[in-house]
Design a protein around this ligand. Structure first.
Ligand code: SF4
Length: 180
């Protein structure tokens, strides 16, 4: 590994991996990016823990105790932390459950919902403890940049990373981030 490469980690918390799929939409430009960066923990490398990094990209909000642990590990080890996509930004789709109590959500999913057979709320200690609400990641740790979109486009991610790596002020064009 080249010593002067920017080290990047990514993870998905309470998200759908759509933002990571969008990251891969950089397509062949990923090879160009890899001339300047190397990956630490990410679904692409399957490294399980985030080591010291320059940049951490976080997809998804925070819905359980494991998400809190992973997010704090990223904050501790990454110089720059980026909220990538609506779920990280504001809780997104998973935060729709915030309109209901956790008890109501579990009962609807595992006891009373359409198509439920063998009604039983899972309580294995191996399962991460659910939080009462889904949180945007800035409510748990300090975030340095917010990249909006559901998901942000590959072009937006590409432009964002290039400007960040070049030490420029981030200035995404309106066309890259409008959703009207
Ligand atoms: Fe999926 Fe959209 Fe959330 Fe990204 S922002 S993880 S694409 S739901």
């Amino acid at each position: 590994m080249a010593a002067n490469k920017i080290r990047v980690a990514t993870t998905s918390l309470a998200g759908c991996f759509g933002c990571h799929m969008s990251f891969l939409d950089i397509d062949e430009r990923l090879l160009e990016l890899l001339e300047h960066i190397e990956f630490d923990r990410t679904p692409l490398t399957d490294i399980k823990h985030c080591g010291p990094c320059d940049i951490g990209l976080i997809e998804g909000g925070v819905c359980n105790a494991e998400n809190v642990h992973v997010l704090k590990e990223f904050r501790k080890n990454c110089k720059i932390l980026i909220a990538m996509g609506a779920c990280a930004f504001n809780g997104g789709v998973p935060a729709l459950r915030n309109h209901y109590s956790l008890k109501e959500c579990l009962e609807e999913s595992y006891l009373n919902g359409v198509g439920v057979v063998n009604p039983l709320i899972p309580n294995d200690p191996e399962i991460p403890l659910l939080l009462n609400k889904v949180h945007p990641i800035h409510e748990i740790v300090k975030i340095d940049y917010f990249l909006p979109g559901c998901p942000p486009s590959g072009d937006a991610i590409w432009t964002f990373l290039n400007e960040l790596l070049a030490g420029q002020e981030i200035s995404l064009p309106y066309q890259a981030i409008h959703y009207d």
